[in-house]
Design a protein around this ligand. Structure first.
Ligand code: NDP
Length: 342
């Protein structure tokens, strides 16, 4: 069993010396345990947060010496648990490793949710649009943002996994949708393929003032809903353009994950003068409503109303390098690594 362990806490972007690759035999199963083969590894910005020793987070950090925690889609290859059979497809929170044993102390956060095998969609979709990514977009936008037809919805990291789904759902709800992304090619994709009304390349507008001007141009009536994935000067540029009773949804702050977090937005008073609100959320707050969301998203997919893009890479050795793509904008859509087994 090959594993990538967290050897030390990264300072800034993670690099090779933060990890240790080890190979060890899989020990026999005890009663109640099951062995999962991790076919698909989901690479998420949140993993960077789990690598840091943040005392006040929603989940404890990855312990040094443990494999790097990651969402996974796996196949049960051995079972001494009556609830699982060999061949079952399971969604879990396993790790950057080929095999995971449920019950292993290193995997106290692990779970194994059985997935139907006959959905007729690629397995990668269970980790993307029909998994946490789609759910995050759905609940963040609809439950926290409460969009109304005619609202202007602005999304950052719009060509990413969550952002690309947020924009498409907002269009289905009758909103005017503007995306912010890191290249002209991504902006073209948002407009031409996903139906966004406009898109802003933030690399051409790389400070609060410039981005604020670009937002003012694309959102002349102001921003009713801002779906925040980035943070930093993005948030200030948006607050400068927030509409009356605007809603800022804090989904993520990726620009701050590899840096010391600075002070909050300097212009927070804009919320006051516009009677606007700002609200964070975690996808785990919505576990009970997930079946409803999966059904709805599945229906939109079947009707061709939303598109899912998966950025798929192959090979265990490529996991750390692929992970870095999230922080340099070299992914488009949901980043997943597929492991190869003989
Ligand atoms: P993405 O697929 O959006 O990948 C990350 C993207 O972020 C990159 O492609 C890049 O795109 C952009 N980016 C990276 N660094 C910067 C930077 N410094 N400034 C601006 N843009 C940057 O990832 P996900 O869709 O998986 O996640 C999106 C956000 O949602 C993250 O912040 C994540 O933490 C959050 N999240 C929150 C959840 C919750 O429960 N609240 C659940 C899941 C995700 P570009 O080319 O545009 O720069």
């Amino acid at each position: 069993n090959r594993q990538i362990l967290l050897k030390r806490r990264p300072v800034g972007l993670p690099n090779e010396s933060d990890y240790e690759v080890v190979t060890s035999p899989v020990t026999p199963l005890e009663p109640g345990e099951l062995l999962m083969r991790n076919d698909l590894i989901s690479l998420d910005p949140a993993i960077r947060g789990w690598m840091s020793a943040d005392e006040d987070s929603y989940m404890p950090p990855i312990a040094l010496g443990d494999p790097v925690r990651s969402s996974t889609l796996s196949t049960v290859v051995a079972s001494r648990n009556p609830d699982y059979e060999v061949g079952d497809l399971v969604l879990g929170l396993n790790a950057w490793e080929e095999y995971t044993k449920l019950g292993d102390i290193r995997h106290i956060h692990s779970f194994a949710t059985k997935m139907p095998k006959d959905l007729g969609v690629p397995n990668t979709w269970l980790l993307s649009v029909l998994g946490a990514t789609g759910m995050t977009a759905y609940f963040g936008l609809l439950y926290v943002g409460e969009p109304k037809p005619g609202d202007t919805v602005l999304v950052s990291s719009a060509a990413g996994a969550v952002g690309s789904i947020v924009g498409q759902i907002a269009k289905l709800k009758g909103c005017r949708v503007v995306g912010i992304a890191g290249s002209d090619e991504k902006c073209r994709w948002l407009k031409d393929e996903l139906g966004f009304d406009d898109a802003i390349n933030y690399k051409d507008n790389n400070n609060r003032e410039l981005l604020g001007c670009a937002i003012a141009k694309s959102c002349p009536e102001g921003v009713d809903i801002y779906f925040e994935n980035v943070g930093g000067y993005f948030l200030e540029a948006v607050l400068d353009n927030i509409a009356e009773r605007g809603r800022v949804i804090i989904c993520g702050l990726i620009s701050q994950y590899n840096e010391e977090v600075g002070s909050g937005p300097e212009n927070i008073w804009k919320l006051l003068v516009k009677s606007a609100r700002i609200e964070g959320f975690l996808i785990r707050d919505y576990v009970e409503q997930m079946p409803e969301a999966a059904l709805k998203i599945g229906q939109w997919l079947a009707e061709g109303k939303i598109r899912n893009k998966v950025d798929l890479h192959t090979g265990f050795d490529n996991i750390p390098a692929s992970f870095l793509k999230l922080f340099s904008g070299r992914n488009q859509g949901k980043l997943i690594v597929e492991l190869e087994f003989d």
